[in-house]
Ligand binder design. Structure first.
Ligand code: SF4
Length: 705
């Protein structure tokens, strides 16, 4: 497989949740050239700047190549024996709940499945959470409240077929660029209008037909006002509401209490009344509307309510699951959706099942699990707090860098030092998490191009990620090392898969096990897929039950949801309140997010000079009036402080920033810039339903450095 390939290998991009298909041609020297896969239905051959630079990020510099304990190279046998022995001892001495796993939306579904099974069925700990908690868990919770299941109702073709595209808290032009190109194509072809709703005037806002620069955190006011407007202007789909939903009246009453009219909506959102009216009229008069939302909605202490306020408006007009209509959660990571499918979140069990006695018993019997858990575990923020308090003694971190990306990251890094045992499976040798302590058990993981499995993108489409490079050093698949630990804990049969295809078959079989259509996630049509067919598999959307000829692009147009009574639920949302009030000392609001050409904590995109040239250093955006008042000019260094930490960042003065607001990207770490670790500044108050932390509105101060 090291020989140059005449035929390219079909795989998928490892960055965002668009899930673009990639054709990779290895050069025989450990590198590869990449181009977009013209046959992949997510991107039809296109790649954005990050995807097209993938070939520049394949170097073996800075890789973990061998298992290590306390910085000393050891054999795989020794490392795995040690992990199993320590987990067994800690579970024995302190109970299984003293062991935890912190996973990643970068993992493949097969990795996620094995981690979830090992923890929840065989070690007996519910504490399995993931960096997807920071990404889309509010969308998950909102889907569950509204639909009875975590189901994205529509597909990417809806973006092509909508007449109105509303983007809420999403800089899709930078963060989901290929989907944004599809939106621009729709505008060119059918005159689709694009509305961007965001406190920042980002590139998306610049290119939209209509930009609504709302006050931070006021999304529920805007969509409550919209629900009231739809009700009062006769725009409701009364038949759909009556036949297929419940809870409309209380939700409308609450919306009226929050934003009774256009004037009140304008006052709460900080928008001019005329702009609110234009948006309401557009939504009311355009049947084919997709409302796509992302981190500006999710990364909030009221993220679930924000998403439900959006979904309420779609349910009220029956605009869901039909061509060009529906609420659409844009997933941040390449496999956040796959992680949800296996149950890799602390509040799920497996295969979109939760913790009813029937579901627990079903999963126990399917796995033949000796220690099945019966309730939820700790979500990311609470999990690291439990580590800080000494309740969790052993943690296995897989493919993520919480010492940078978690809010209050300094506390998280300090918490890691309290553990009895820290296991890290990782491809990169110098992450802040890996260097947080020098006695970690470090397991060399495969990186993109070396691993084999599946991922699911934002439209429920499962694609293969394929290997086209030789594994460097002793690096191995994450699912393999988890299975080896399971076998060492005495569960040889339950963890005996010969390859990733076998893991996938078991995952697909569990999704269909005793599932008579009561659960949305059903992949049992692939439960017996042979190895060769798995190898050659083309992208497919779930659900794909046994005997189905193809997956389903859309759900819910028939009004059949996954609640017990099959009706969708309107949700009475709370009035918008920001969790971290500003003060005289901290008068600004700090928003964090991504830039166009970098990904997460720079471990891959940082290797490409081309990508790094877009934004070379950590920076902070500030409005010109605020900059002038404080005495800051473009290119100056500023000290940004919050009650939780500080960073020194280069000043970028932009009228796209709202007065009183700051924006700083999340990418830089201690490893890449000693002063630009922005995760340490974020407050991280959690949404009470989803547990997703606030990363968009921390009170902050800024002064010349
Ligand atoms: Fe990769 Fe996302 Fe760009 Fe597609 S849009 S190439 S998945 S980063």
């Amino acid at each position: 497989d090291l020989a140059p390939h005449l035929e390219p290998v079909r795989t998928t991009c490892p960055y965002c949740g668009v899930g673009c298909g990639v054709l990779a041609r290895p050069d025989g020297l450990g590198g590869a050239s990449v181009e977009g896969d013209p046959e992949h239905p997510a991107n039809f051959g296109r790649l954005c700047s990050k995807g097209s630079a993938l070939g520049e990020t394949l170097s073996l510099d800075d890789r973990v190549l061998h298992p290590m304990i306390a910085g000393r190279r050891v054999t795989w046998e020794h490392a795995l024996d040690e992990v199993a022995a320590r987990f067994a001892r800690i579970a024995e001495e302190h109970g299984p709940e003293a062991v935890a796993f912190y996973l990643s939306g970068q993992l493949l579904t097969e990795d996620y499945y094995v981690a979830n099974k090992l923890a929840k069925g065989f070690i007996g700990t519910p504490h399995v959470d993931t960096n997807s908690r920071l990404c889309m868990s509010s969308a998950v919770a909102a889907h569950r409240r509204a639909f009875g299941s975590d189901t994205v109702p529509g597909c990417y073709e809806d973006l092509d077929e909508a007449d109105l595209l509303v983007l809420v808290g999403s800089n899709a032009a930078w963060c989901h660029p290929i989907l944004f190109r599809r939106m621009l194509d729709a505008r060119a072809k059918r005159g689709t209008r694009i509305v961007a709703i965001d406190p920042r005037r980002t590139q998306t806002g610049e290119e939209a037909d209509f930009f609504l620069g709302i006050r931070p955190g006021s999304d529920t006011a805007l969509f409550s006002g919209l629900l009231v407007h739809l009700a009062e202007s006769g725009a409701l789909d009364e038949r759909y509401i009556a036949d297929h939903t419940a809870g409309f009246e209380p939700a409308l009453d609450r919306a009226r209490a929050i934003a009774p009219d256009v004037a009140a909506t304008a006052a709460l959102t900080g928008l001019p009344r005329a702009e609110v009216q234009v948006f309401f009229d557009l939504f009311r008069t355009t049947p084919r509307v997709v409302t796509a939302f992302s981190q500006g909605v999710n990364q909030s202490s009221q993220g679930t309510d924000k998403a439900n306020a959006i979904i309420n408006c779609h349910l009220a007009t029956g605009r869901i699951g039909r061509p060009g209509m529906g609420p659409f959660s844009l997933t941040g990571q390449p496999n956040a959706m796959g992680g949800r499918e296996v149950g890799g979140l602390a509040n799920m069990l497996a295969a979109h099942m939760h913790f009813t006695p029937e579901e627990v018993d079903l999963v126990r019997r399917f796995w033949r699990a000796p220690r099945i858990i019966t309730g939820e575990g700790l979500k990311a923020v609470s999990l690291f707090e439990a580590i800080e308090r000494g309740k969790i003694k052993a943690l296995w971190v897989m493919g993520t860098n919480p010492a940078v990306s978690m809010p209050r990251a300094d506390r998280v890094r300090a918490a890691l030092r309290r553990l009895d045992t820290l296991v890290i499976s990782e491809a990169v040798a110098t992450t802040d998490t890996l260097t947080a302590r020098d006695d970690a058990i470090v397991l060399p993981a495969l990186a993109w191009g070396e691993k084999d499995g599946t991922v699911t993108n934002s439209e429920r489409r499962i694609s293969r990620q394929r290997r086209f490079l030789k594994a460097p050093g002793e690096a191995r698949a994450d699912w393999w090392m988890l299975a080896e630990v399971g076998r060492r804990l005495g569960h040889r049969e339950a963890f005996a898969w010969p390859n990733a295809a076998a893991v996938f078959r078991e995952h697909a079989a569990l999704s269909g096990f005793e599932n008579a259509g009561s659960r949305d996630f059903d992949l049992s049509g692939l439960a017996e897929i042979p190895d060769a067919a798995y190898e050659a598999a083309r992208p497919v959307q779930w659900p794909l039950p046994r005997k189905a000829k193809s997956g389903r692009a859309r759900l819910f147009a028939d009004g059949q949801f996954f609640t017990r009574d099959r009706r969708a639920r309107f949700v009475a949302v709370q009035k918008p309140v920001l969790a971290d009030p500003t003060s005289e000392t901290f008068p600004f609001r700090l928003n964090t997010g991504r830039v166009r050409d970098h990904w997460h904590t720079l471990t891959r995109t940082g290797k490409s000079p081309r990508l790094s040239a877009h934004r070379a250093v950590p920076f902070v955006e500030i409005h010109p009036d605020d900059a002038a008042r404080i005495g800051l000019a473009e290119g100056d260094l500023a000290r940004v402080s919050t009650p939780y930490g500080h960073a020194v960042l280069e000043v970028m003065v932009t009228p796209g920033a709202q007065a009183g607001a700051l924006f700083a990207p999340m990418h830089w770490s201690e490893t890449t810039s000693s002063a630009g670790r922005v995760g340490a500044l974020a407050q991280g108050a959690v949404d009470p339903v989803s547990g997703q932390p606030e990363l968009k509105a921390t009170s902050a101060a800024i002064t010349p450095a």
